[in-house]
Design a protein around this ligand. Sequence first.
Ligand code: GRG
Length: 295
Amino acid sequence: MEQLVKQQLDDYKKLIEQKLDEYLPVQYPEKIWESMRYSVLAGGKRLRPILCLEACRVISGSYENAISAACAIEMLHSQSLIHDDLPCMDNDDYRRGKLTNHKVFGESTAVLAGDALLSFAPQVIIQKTDKRTDPGILLRVLEEFVVNAGAEKLIAGQVVDIDSEGKQIDKDTLNYIHENKTGALFKLSLRTGAILGGADEQKLEALTQYAEKLGLAFQIMDDILDVTSTLEELGKTPGKDVQEGKVTYVSFYGVEESKKQLSSLCKEACDILEKSDIKSAVLSYITNSIKERVN
Ligand code: GRG
């Protein structure tokens, strides 16, 4: 069974990489497309598009109709990483084991590559999703995308995160940052796949609740890895949270308690799927692998 799941994850990843490459041809002016491609095609776990494809498959039996939206979400994720790494934000030199976008292309091109990806991603959804898709469904998918990418979600999380540096924030503020910075894209991924698969409200709600637990668990592991991992394993500089005076799950609860909370969240996430009769070996495997991830 585990072998089958690993094969499915590998197949998803290959398809995502192939489609990302296809959707981002180099055109004039080449510099901006090369910069966009540099970050989008730099590797990464491709977790968000995988979640999107699997949500669509578990609802409808096939994932093909979600591939363009899944790739668009990965473009949005890459945009957030390019901008987050800029000197005016987290100022990072490494990402996905490579020099960050601004280190290779310069700051102005990195800003523009992020901007370009943010608008190119919905363009991909509109132009590449199967033309037979119900226009109402397509509109819902686009709404999910722009809301989560914007000032009510992803950017809200980033603003509060930056404002909180060096301050002793409370747990509610920490949760607000995580829900919006990390949780928003997990929810977007699962909800998009489910909507394209034609999910009813009950299944959509279950996958949304699952996404909330999974996103938080993923972020707690990210906080743990920041203090326990190395540049080689992580592909980015470790120890940044402490260096920048960030309150994290680890600074709040310590590594051991954070691990306990992480395990509880993963169990709650699996329970949500089971109660709603959502049977996905891929989602179960991903949930149970979060605490083992090294990057
Ligand atoms: C809008 C500029 C801007 C930022 C929004 C998402 C975000 C806020 C910033 C990105 C940086 C960051 C550390 C976000 C937290 C979520 C997270 C752990 C991202 C890394 O995701 P992985 O581990 O990365 O899935 P790969 O490289 O595997 O895709």
